[in-house]
Design a protein around this ligand. Sequence first.
Ligand code: SAM
Length: 304
Amino acid sequence: MDAEQWCLVVEKREAEQTRRRLLEEGLLDRRYKPRSEGDAVLLPVTEEIAGATRRTFVTVPQRADLPRHDLVGGIAILQEDDPEAAKRLLASRPSLHTVLFPETPVEGEYRTRRFAVLAGTPTTRTRVTEYGLRFDVDLAHAYFSARLSTERQRILGMMEEGERVLDMFAGVGPFAITLARRAELVVAADLNPAAIHLLIQNIALNRTGNVIPALADAAHLPRIGLAPFDRVVMNLPLAAPAFLPAAAALCREGGTIHLYALEEREGEYLPHIRAVTAGNVVERQVRTYSPGKWHAVYDIEKEG
Ligand code: SAM
């Protein structure tokens, strides 16, 4: 049967590497068969990620009626509270050690969820590999989303060598440690002690010598006399716009602020941004969040 689906269009020589990465991040939609189109390969994805486009695919006959899930390292997160389906999933994937069901939405200041263990080892900890980096995560105690890996690479691709970067809401460090590859220095702040604890472990795990972890409320950062940064990352989509004046105070003239926001209308936060800086702003959709809502990122050049 044919169906229209989101997909990434990639060059043939990059197809296998991209396929593996999408698989690792739980973004490859295995219900459809990848196919070629001219010199490119079309890889079906589970949602509208950055760069995705719509194409028609042939559906693959399902192996064993597996439930829909997200993958984070060795953990699968099911959308249904279905222990039988969880056992089938665990048995079908040797890389999995645990299947979880989220009992709450992402909530609170720390942006965490509570989980029930449906199958496997009773843990919310796992190790994620992303573009050659490793991250220890604990899904119940600190936020982590594998779905932003493409976004992290996009920002890394925008950077000059030797930049000074501030990650205001760093979590366990996926942006900070990724961007440290090009940066001279990254200051990574979070007010969740469990996130900072994991960030310190991840700095050691990746032998990253230029990330400074800070257990701090981002609102206090402008008051500790830090020299201005070339780039500021603000990944706290529900509340980051409120921290924009602090980010602007910490960013040099001509530097870039990446503001992630949850919005229902294109350009929703532009008036807010305009009240803080007159510089160039480019907005893009990162991924859909729920019907009529999406995660957007505003790349803001600071001016005035
Ligand atoms: N950037 C990380 C990532 O991509 O995985 C984490 C993003 S998560 C959506 C937002 C993080 O901001 C959480 O780890 C939360 O603890 C932290 N946070 C919330 N309010 C904060 C504040 N006022 N100052 C510093 N960190 C804060």
